[in-house]
Write a protein that binds this ligand. Structure first.
Ligand code: NAD
Length: 457
């Protein structure tokens, strides 16, 4: 029986391994993590992350061929294939701060593998890493090896949060990069055999290591660039029209209050760090995205008679996209900070985000090399102006304005007549994701502003 161990039970490690376990019943899959609460949650009825379909897959496989454990060393030493899916945030200090990836977690995982391995291992880079990380990892492993053969593969993950299970079950492509040596090719085949259990052969692409690493960074940068630049007269019409071109395709063209999530910005910054020549272009992509968020705040404040001081504003949605509870780099952080900066009081509702998460996110500063001033943490006084509620109607009661910051489907189905009645007048809706039917809301009496659409008369 092939044994797989995955280091890192996060948004990528957990779902990816659950799907491998589902599709490869003869493979034993153990996901390990240093975080005891995270592993306890994976072993409970309340998984640590929300993804549609994930509960069902885990329930089917857990205890059969899928296990979650904090006994990192034991399972790493017993595995044939080790996926490393630890976090790789942007460095916050030292050389490359604000741009380069912080590989501390990766390095300590690699050193731990070298310490405990007693047999040959295939080590798979699942995390998104800078180009040539595999070479660095190889050095750590081989310089500490006791005659063990390590083969490093790059197998970047292309799943999107919110659709992770569907993306994993039916991927556009699986990319495997490895050495061109006979041992490298053998390792590629071993990993290919795993994916081939459910992914059609023509969708499994094999390349050299560096191509695979660079493809992931470039893919994220291109997606982010599409989102940040998509705005126009009536954005739905424009994106429909240009998306019909098969060379372009319809995905990732919708305008919004800005892109978020743990990956896009970090991966672009990585690209900026490794190729200074094109840094200007990619920096602009991030700037356009920052501009989208501040433009949204400006729109809210200017529409509400140039001040939101002392006014209650309801925030619908805090996660960086629908169907996830992930708030890393969510545009809601910047929008809320902007509104609090103008002394609004906020009532926030998101079906999957907890009060602790929101308080933590707003209390943190964010490093940015150009705009350190914008990104200060919210002061203790302002944080008192934030309340987090579990009911959208409560959030909207007595509010002067309502900002929709995540495209949760349930926001389409709310009783907006009831919401309108309970709000102060004039009642404003600022739809940062174009989820509501603006015309219908206008008929109810709302003043509506939608991203990328003609302004309210
Ligand atoms: P995450 O923060 O959710 O999970 C990482 C986990 O690794 C954490 O639970 C942490 O405790 C654990 N960890 C760190 N060091 C460890 C160690 N030495 N031993 C054991 N466990 C350790 O991160 P994520 O969102 O799953 O992302 C992981 C990687 O995948 C990142 O490089 C990210 O860029 C990449 N990625 C993320 C997504 C996404 O949508 N989130 C998509 C594709 C790729």
């Amino acid at each position: 029986m092939v044994k797989i161990c995955c280091i890192g039970a996060g948004y990528v490690g957990g779902p990816t391994m659950a799907v491998i376990a589902l599709k490869c019943p003869s493979v034993e899959v153990v996901v390990v993590d240093i975080s005891v609460p995270r592993i306890n949650a994976w072993n409970s009825d309340h998984l640590p992350i929300y993804e549609p379909g994930l509960d069902e897959v885990v329930q089917q496989c857990r205890g059969r061929n899928l296990f979650f454990s904090t006994n990192v060393e034991k399972h790493v030493s017993e595995a044939d294939i080790i996926f490393v899916s630890v976090n790789t945030p942007t460095k916050t200090r030292g050389l490359g701060a604000g741009k380069a990836a912080d590989l501390t977690y990766w390095e300590s995982a690699a050193r731990m593998i070298a310490d405990v391995a007693k047999s040959d291992k295939i080590v798979v880079e699942k995390s998104t890493v800078p180009v040539k990380t595999a070479e660095a990892i190889e050095k750590i492993l081989t310089h500490n090896s006791k005659g063990i053969n390590y083969q490093i593969l790059s197998n970047p993950e292309f799943l999107a949060e919110g659709t992770a299970i569907q993306d994993l079950l039916n991927p556009d492509r699986v990319l495997i990069g490895g050495r061109e040596t006979p041992d490298g090719q053998k390792a590629i085949k071993a990993l290919k055999d795993v994916y081939a259990q459910w992914v059609p052969e023509e969708r499994i692409i094999t390349t050299n290591l560096w191509s695979a690493e660079l493809s992931k960074l470039a893919a994220n940068a291109f997606l982010a660039q599409r989102i940040s630049s998509a705005t126009g007269a009536d954005v739905s019409e424009v994106s429909y029209a240009i998306g019909k071109d098969s060379r372009i395709g319809p995905k990732f063209l919708n305008a919004s209050v800005g892109f978020g999530g743990s990956c896009f910005q970090k991966d672009i910054l990585n690209l900026v760090y490794i190729c200074d020549e094109v840094a200007c272009y990619w920096k602009q992509v991030i700037k356009v995205n920052d501009y989208q968020k501040s433009r949204f705040v400006n729109r809210v404040v200017s529409s509400m008679f140039n001040t939101v001081s002392g006014k209650k504003i309801a925030i619908f949605g805090f996660a960086f996209k629908k169907d996830t509870g992930d708030t890393r780099e969510t545009p809601a952080i910047d929008v809320c900070k902007g509104l609090l900066g103008d002394k609004a009081s906020l009532s926030i509702y998101d079906p999957q985000v907890t009060e602790d998460q929101i308080q933590r996110d707003l209390s943190m500063g964010k490093f940015d090399w150009d705009h350190p001033i914008h990104l200060q943490p919210v002061s203790p006084t302002s944080i008192k102006q934030v309340s987090v509620v579990w009911d959208p109607y409560q959030a909207a009661r007595d509010a002067h304005g309502l900002c929709i910051l995540t495209e949760w489907d349930e926001f389409k189905r709310l009783d907006y007549e009831k919401i309108y009645e309970s709000m102060r007048k004039p009642a404003f809706v600022f739809d940062g994701r174009n989820v509501v039917d603006a015309e219908k809301l206008r008929e109810l009496g709302f003043i509506v502003y939608s991203i990328g659409k003609p302004l309210d008369p």
